[in-house]
Design a binder for this molecule. Structure first.
Ligand code: NI
Length: 136
């Protein structure tokens, strides 16, 4: 029997959406305010879901204290108060859209969580706009 355990976390970061292969006009048209030359910030909220079998010795799918520390060390430390375009190598060639940030967070967590466990990440860029990876 599998159970999903979830933890919420948040970070603040700045970004700018643009495609370097496009003209300024096209970037402006497609990305609008998110193309703002001087960047802008979001209060990102995320939910990390970990699904797997309960370990009979602990009663846990994953120790929440361990999950909390992994999220802090792997995600918050790397993204909080950063300019995603300038400070995070991954986004030097990848547009830091909510979709791509969500995939990146999943990648960071995947490296630290046992392969017996499935991970999904929901990332809120605003209270109303959010993305999930992998998609259901
Ligand atoms: Ni934005």
């Amino acid at each position: 029997m599998e159970v999903t355990v979830s933890r919420k976390a948040h970070f603040n970061a700045a970004h700018r959406l643009f495609n370097k292969n496009w003209s300024e006009e096209k970037n402006e048209k497609v990305f609008g305010k998110c193309n703002n030359l001087n960047y802008h910030g979001h209060n990102y909220e995320m939910i990390v879901n970990v699904t797997g079998k309960i370990n009979p010795e602990t009663g846990y799918v994953i120790d929440m204290g361990v999950l909390k520390k992994i999220i802090k060390d792997e995600v918050e430390e790397k993204l909080d108060h950063k300019n995603l375009n300038l400070d995070v190598d991954y986004f030097s060639n990848t547009i830091p859209s909510a979709e791509n940030i969500c995939i990146y967070i999943h990648k960071l967590l995947r490296k630290k969580i046992s392969n017996d466990l499935n991970i999904s990440v929901t990332l809120f860029e605003t209270p109303r706009n959010f993305v999930t990876y992998p998609s259901n």
